[in-house]
Ligand binder design. Structure first.
Ligand code: GAR
Length: 202
């Protein structure tokens, strides 16, 4: 049975596209039931439409977190969502929202991809932060979401190098190529019932 996903986005949507491509290619046994954005007019909305999904926009500007999440919860009721996939979703989800996706195995069925080797460089500008720090190795993390920012049990990490003459754009492009392979492959593992992580003690 394909895994039922809701993908949350806020921007360009290249990870959404990678997931939809993998589903189309038959390498990811999942269905994107809905795409929800907190930002109107972003590229991810066009990508959803290209794949026949009518995205839902719930603007978060000037709306309380509680009100915003209530609207999302109402939209999600139309679908039997098994996992939420955060793909560049730049909002924190509250503990009460996450509770709806709590799994008896002791984690939330909410995934995030972050462009650094967590716990290094959390936040919204990880590529810039790692590059400006002068790292020689960086990487991509896919993790289960808990109630802290860019935090929770790690499912997968893949490293990539910063090469001597890299511009920030080169560095980001190398990282994004890793993101676009890693996210669909981790979701496929989950679809096969494989969820493996070490206990997150800090
Ligand atoms: C990606 O690089 C993703 O890893 C990052 O936002 C970008 C979204 O790009 N997420 C975070 O920084 C989460 N803290 P996309 O809209 O093209 O998928």
């Amino acid at each position: 049975m394909p895994l039922n996903l809701a993908v949350f986005v806020s921007g360009r949507g290249s990870n959404l596209e990678a997931i939809l491509k993998a589903i189309k290619a038959g390498t990811l046994d999942a269905q994107v039931k809905t795409v929800i954005s907190n930002e109107p007019g972003v590229g991810a909305l066009d990508i959803a439409k290209q794949y026949g999904i009518e995205p839902i926009v719930h603007p978060s500007l000037r709306v309380s977190r509680q009100q915003h999440e209530m609207r999302i919860e109402e939209s999600l009721q139309a679908f039997e969502i098994e996992y939420i996939v955060l793909a560049g979703y730049m909002r924190i989800l509250s503990p009460s929202f996450l509770q709806n996706f709590h799994d008896r195995r002791g984690f939330n069925r909410v995934l995030n991809i972050h462009p650094s080797l967590l716990p290094a460089f959390p936040g919204t500008n990880a590529y810039e932060d790692a590059f400006n720090y002068g790292v020689k190795i960086s990487g991509i993390t896919v993790h289960l979401v808990d109630d802290k920012v860019d935090h929770g049990p790690i499912l997968a990490q893949e490293a990539f190098s910063r090469l001597a003459n890299d511009s920030l754009a080169d560095f980001k492009a190398r990282g994004l190529a890793v993101e676009h392979k890693l996210y669909p492959s981790v979701i496929q593992q989950i679809s096969e019932g494989k969820v493996h992580f070490y206990e997150c003690k800090r």
